[in-house]
Design a protein around this ligand. Structure first.
Ligand code: BG6
Length: 484
């Protein structure tokens, strides 16, 4: 059972709160993980009453939560925790009203979850302070992206730093809450087998792909300013890269794990000048078809300019310049409206030094985060019959069937519980976010300087043609989607 606390959700009527946070909190409640006294207070501008909000929350949660998991009785008990307070987060006076509303809750943990536009982060933190709502028991949770550049991230971090100690700030990247992402750490640091070969001498290259079939889902306003680089690469993809490349931490605690991740980000070779053209590909989807669905071009989406220059696809060849990884390319790619939804990491090992049975494939380790959680090690084996004809065969670890009695937690469930318990191991530290921007900024600047417009790719494809070239010029190819 976790500790008694109040969770205040700014942006309480938004998609994140209704589609992710409340369903996650409902599951935690159902599993008996929340303290009996915990309150969840949604904050937003609309003039709802408490009961209207509960009805709104129920409507959304009934859609988001699997039918078998939605128990009306349990929902009643859960909704007794819910409350709503109408306020405008850009008005200082509303924070004074909020303080009066909350009453004397000194020495009670208070979690402020900012499910709002990033432009409100600094204002909210400042007004929490002036209203006397920030104390040593408070925690603040921020959604990515933190800022849109190094400078803006530094400004946000500095403002937060004036109100909260770094140990009270939880910068969320929901990829770190995914089961298989944590399994990546277990795989690397709890098995002796891989460590000796987890290095440049044995690994040819690494691919990290997060491919989506979804578009921007009515988030044109946000996405036009973010693009795939800020929405996905700066955070989710770089976090995955860190977990693959980091050195074993001394302990599994917030400081040790994050120290190692920062070292990886600092070792990323800057991509500037001509390298921006040679080592990156930007794309934007045009009209196409995904399954039976006809999809319009990105620039027809709501709140998107019809001559928009925003990328919905990015591929990058990155290098981690340290002893372990010198010379090993890390290929990153992510895009919207692609042929299939998959998130996977491929570790491509080098071929054996002497090909006794003729040429052939080399070992691969495939870590699939989505759609299913699976780790497969492709080993070379002999095809039955005469002759030494070899084929790769997968040693498969299907995590969903291996632990089939256990419910699969959503990333937000785990992360929300960590916030309540004050464990920031799976959250991004200030220097980590800034190191990521330090590497991303010159690439974005390079695109602007060279007028590198996004290349069109049809919705339902694997991205722009040029993305193949990124690997093919070195005799490599991208992994082939979920049926592989
Ligand atoms: C979010 C991005 O952080 O991650 C979205 O803002 C993206 O654009 C989503 O669709 C992908 O998350 P997941 O868990 O579905 O892979």
């Amino acid at each position: 059972m976790s500790i008694a606390c109040d969770m205040l959700v700014f942006g309480g009527t938004g998609d994140l709160a209704l589609h992710k946070l409340l369903p996650a909190l409902y599951h935690l409640h159902r599993d008996g993980r929340l303290h009996a006294d915990m309150r969840i207070i949604a904050l937003a501008r609309s003039k709802h009453g408490r009961d209207d909000y509960k009805a709104l929350a129920e409507r959304h949660c009934r859609v988001q939560i699997a039918k078998a998991d939605f128990d009306p009785q349990c929902w009643q008990a859960f909704s007794a925790r819910l409350d709503y307070f109408a306020m405008d987060a850009s008005q200082s006076a509303d924070f004074t009203r909020l303080k009066r509303y909350l009453g004397d809750t000194s020495a009670r943990v208070r979690v402020y979850y900012l499910a709002t536009a990033p432009k409100l982060f600094e204002t909210i933190a400042t007004y929490l302070k002036t209203a006397g709502l920030a104390d040593p028991y408070s925690r603040i949770v921020l959604e990515k992206p933190i800022g849109h550049s190094l400078q803006s991230a530094q400004a946000i971090n500095a403002s937060l730093g004036c109100v909260f100690d770094e140990s009270q700030v939880f910068r969320i990247d929901h990829y770190l809450g995914k089961e298989t992402v944590q399994n990546l750490m277990a795989l690397r640091f709890a098995n002796m087998l891989l460590e000796p070969i987890w290095r440049a001498a044995h690994i040819d290259h690494v691919q990290i792909s997060v491919c989506e079939t979804l578009g921007i889902e009515n988030r044109g306003d946000y996405y036009e300013h973010a693009g795939a680089m800020r929405d996905m690469v700066q955070n989710h993809l770089l976090q995955l890269l860190c977990l693959v490349a980091m050195e074993p931490p001394v302990r599994f605690d917030a400081e040790s794990v994050r120290n190692e991740k920062v070292k990886v980000l600092e070792a990323l070779k800057p991509i500037t000048g001509q390298d921006v053209r040679d080592k990156t590909v930007r794309g934007q989807y045009s009209a196409g078809q995904i399954g039976n669905q006809q999809v319009a071009a990105y620039y027809f989406e709501k709140n998107v300019d019809n001559d928009s220059d925003t990328e919905t696809f990015v591929a990058i060849e990155a290098q981690v310049e340290n002893w372990r990884w010198a010379g090993v390319p890390f290929y990153l790619r992510t895009g919207k409206r692609l042929a299939e939804k998959t998130s996977e990491i491929l570790i491509q090992f080098k071929p054996v030094p002497h090909a006794l049975f003729g040429g052939g494939d080399a070992n691969q380790l495939l870590i699939r985060l989505q759609p299913e959680e699976r780790i497969s090690l492709h080993m070379m084996a002999k095809n039955p019959g005469k002759g030494m004809k070899l084929e790769p065969v997968a040693l498969d670890l299907n995590l969903a069937t291996a632990f089939k009695q256990q419910r699969r937690w959503d990333a937000y469930e785990r992360l929300l519980l960590d916030v309540i318990e004050g464990d920031s191991t799976l959250f991004m530290r200030r220097d980590e976010v800034e190191a990521a921007w330090r590497w991303i900024d010159p690439i974005i600047k390079g695109w602007q300087q060279h007028y590198q417009h996004p290349r069109p790719y049809p919705a339902g494809s694997n991205g722009p043609e040029q993305v193949q070239h990124l690997l093919e010029r070195h005799g490599r190819k991208w992994m082939q989607g979920p049926t592989q």
